[in-house]
Design a protein around this ligand. Structure first.
Ligand SMILES: NC(=O)c1ccc[n+]([C@@H]2O[C@H](COP(=O)([O-])OP(=O)(O)OC[C@H]3O[C@@H](n4cnc5c(N)ncnc54)[C@H](OP(=O)(O)O)[C@@H]3O)[C@@H](O)[C@H]2O)c1
Length: 278
């Protein structure tokens, strides 16, 4: 089997780190990028199939440099994993515009900027596979996560359109929708809560935070197994447009589809009443 070259964002820890490990385990080459790549070098030591590079997804020059470096090392990029991201939680009114902008800068614009930098190479290769790491929060919005969900919904709509645009170039796009995975995602090093005090939301925000604190580092999803699953998808001729990761994701997304279908059917008469009469 030909070794594939992966380019992974946010590989310092969590899902990104385990995706890097999985790709190496399966014999592929990895460009692991992180805001501080020093830790990655210490973690992996000298590894002939790994290059660790500094890259913040909000820094355009840094993105350009990292992609250039990656191509210098391995000549191609077969798999791009847009994984870097964090969760801006809190009831909408308690989240400032600046905090919303930061959320979109990382979870949306950062992904677009990295992808824009990699696409000319993939088009030239006439092949490539892009994984955009979304969330179950990209399938359904829920209280206390409206801003995070907005970023992931945006990511998903863009990914779907992009997949259509890139099909004729032989480039595939898969949206990954993880449920709860055991990473730092829900701890203070990653998740943020609202930065505006509004007394009426104090209790619900506090409840949300204590619920996440309770499940943090006890989530059921295994990042190593998600890494293996992505490797499996890179070997597929026809990978899915969306990949729900974890049994909780299956349940959450499945029940939402059922709810939406029911609502569509319930209101279908009124829906069709808006057509111009023939
Ligand atoms: N774990 C879950 O339950 C879960 C569920 C659904 C979706 N997700 C999604 O999965 C992805 C990875 O999350 P995770 O669970 O692995 O969380 P994590 O353990 O908190 O890791 C987040 C990663 O993103 C990186 N990152 C954050 N901002 C960045 C930036 N500006 N530039 C470059 N890297 C940046 C972090 O780097 P630093 O180390 O430098 O901070 C870290 O490597 C995210 O997109 C998240 O939304 C996770």
């Amino acid at each position: 089997m030909v070794q594939k070259v992966w380019f992974i964002t946010g590989a310092s820890r969590g899902l990104g780190l385990d995706m890097a490990r999985a790709a190496l385990r399966h014999g592929d080459k990895v460009v692991a990028t992180a805001r501080n790549a020093k830790g990655l070098v210490e973690r992996f030591g000298e590894h002939k199939d790994l290059v660790a590079l500094d890259m913040d997804v909000t820094n355009q020059q840094g993105i350009t440099n990292a992609v250039t470096e990656a191509v210098k090392h391995f000549e191609r990029i077969d798999v791009l994993v847009n994984n870097a991201g964090y969760g801006q939680m809190g009831r909408f009114e308690t989240v400032s515009s600046r905090a919303i902008e930061r959320q979109f800068a990382v979870n949306v614009f950062g992904v677009m900027d990295v992808t824009r930098e990699v696409l000319p190479l993939m088009r030239k290769q006439k092949s490539g596979h892009i994984f955009n790491v979304s969330s179950i929060g990209g399938a359904r919005g829920y209280a206390g996560s409206s801003v995070y969900c907005a970023s992931k919904f945006t990511l998903e709509g863009w990914s779907e359109g992009l997949a259509d645009e890139l099909e004729s170039f032989g480039i595939k796009v898969t949206i990954v929708e993880p449920g709860f995975f055991r990473t730092d995602f829900l701890d203070a090093s990653s998740v943020s809560y609202g930065d505006i005090d509004i007394p009426v939301y104090a209790d619900s925000n506090a409840e949300h935070k204590s619920m996440f604190d309770e499940i943090s580092h006890a989530q059921a999803g295994d990042p190593a197994k998600l890494g293996d699953a992505l490797v499996t998808l890179t070997r597929e001729e026809n990978p899915p447009m969306r990949f729900a990761a974890g049994s909780d994701a299956l349940e959450f997304i499945g029940s939402d589809f059922a709810r939406r279908l029911l609502e569509l059917a319930q209101w279908s008469k009124l829906t069709c009443s808006t057509d111009i009469s023939q």
